[in-house]
Design a protein around this ligand. Sequence first.
Ligand SMILES: Nc1ncnc2c1ncn2[C@@H]1O[C@H](COP(=O)(O)OP(=O)(O)OP(=O)(O)O)[C@@H](O)[C@H]1O
Ligand SMILES: O=C(O)[C@H](O)COP(=O)(O)O
Length: 394
Amino acid sequence: MQQKMTMKDLDLKGKRVFCRVDFNVPMSDGKVTDDTRIRAAVPTIEYLVNQGAKVILASHLGRPKGQVNEEMRLAATGFRLGELLHKEVKSLDESIGEKVEQDISTMQEGDIILLENVRFHEGEEKNDDKLAQAFASLADVFVNDAFGAAHRAHASTAGIASHLPAVSGLLLEKELEVLGKALSEPERPFTAIIGGAKVKDKIGVIDHLLDKVDNLIIGGGLSYTFIKAQGYEIGNSLVEEDKLDLANSFIEKAKQKGVKFYLPVDATVANEFSKDAETKSVKITEIPADWMGLDIGPETVALYADVIKNSKLIIWNGPMGVFEMPAFENGTKSVAQAMAETSGYTVIGGGDSAAAVEKFHVAEQMDHISTGGGASLEFMEGKDLPGVSALTNK
Ligand SMILES: Nc1ncnc2c1ncn2[C@@H]1O[C@H](COP(=O)(O)OP(=O)(O)OP(=O)(O)O)[C@@H](O)[C@H]1O
Ligand SMILES: O=C(O)[C@H](O)COP(=O)(O)O
């Protein structure tokens, strides 16, 4: 990929910096319930402050569809950031306009302002150039540190970059470096673990990874489409009937490429989709007709843990079962523990897997947890990320 300019390539002293972050964090009752993404942005913000920049932060929160939504205001994230930095963060209730310009005009070096949710404007998600210009007019430099939103071509992630010198922040740089290095010059054996609910969401990832990995491990709801494609009964388990041929074509591609393709050998099945369901462990070829597979079974756990232990690099995206319910958490929990124990380099591809390693208290033991769900998936599919492509070339 073309090298992009970074913050370190510019003299930022006294400059107004429009810094796009991803503060799209879980909230409840107006409070931030998981501040991982805010903490991940701190190094960039501290760097800007230490350089004497005037820091203008911008983010989206939720999907307010171009309208002001009281529940999606960013002030609570600004408050949390202030606590983390031990410094005042002034949260505004607009992201463009005269009042914002006035507030920025009185900023001193090292001051921090957090603009209001950029998605309150319709033009944001449309990548409207007028809005991009309005954002750009507030600043001298654009820093993109929002890896989580880098797969979106929006006014504050991509459009603005054509109006200002546009450089990457430390988090964006680190995410690209770790994920990029993993995919371009992996240490081997290289294992990818793909789970989650739907084959359709992971087609691109599985296809792309089959060109790169030594082992591909499949778990979660999407396994059953593969098991059915191999001719077995899967009862009421999740299945995508129109993806059976595709599933078999992946197994075939793996054979041709010499990639070891691992499917569950047993499952924890339930008589209904409920936390209080009756459950049992069965061989994957013996799922009763009116039961459903909701987790990988103990033999599969042992098999997968062994592959993880013997790998030098492991990328994980998507849970092994319905880990939100204690009866079906064992597969995801055990894979998380195996990831924590391996001496290989471990990368968590954001989203639910990141939530799972937090839930099972092994986040600290992972080498890299991506702050991007969709963004890390698209990156692993080999797609260009608009928020990165738009940055100024070196
Ligand atoms: N066997 C299964 N049957 C039904 N649902 C399952 C099964 N295994 C896992 N799931 C569910 O899959 C969901 C996660 O899958 P999904 O594809 O939506 O997210 P993901 O893979 O984590 O993607 P991202 O990381 O981008 O958020 C979880 O809520 C989990 O309960
Ligand atoms: O949470 C995310 O994956 C990013 O913040 C992007 O959010 P979006 O899917 O609403 O664009």
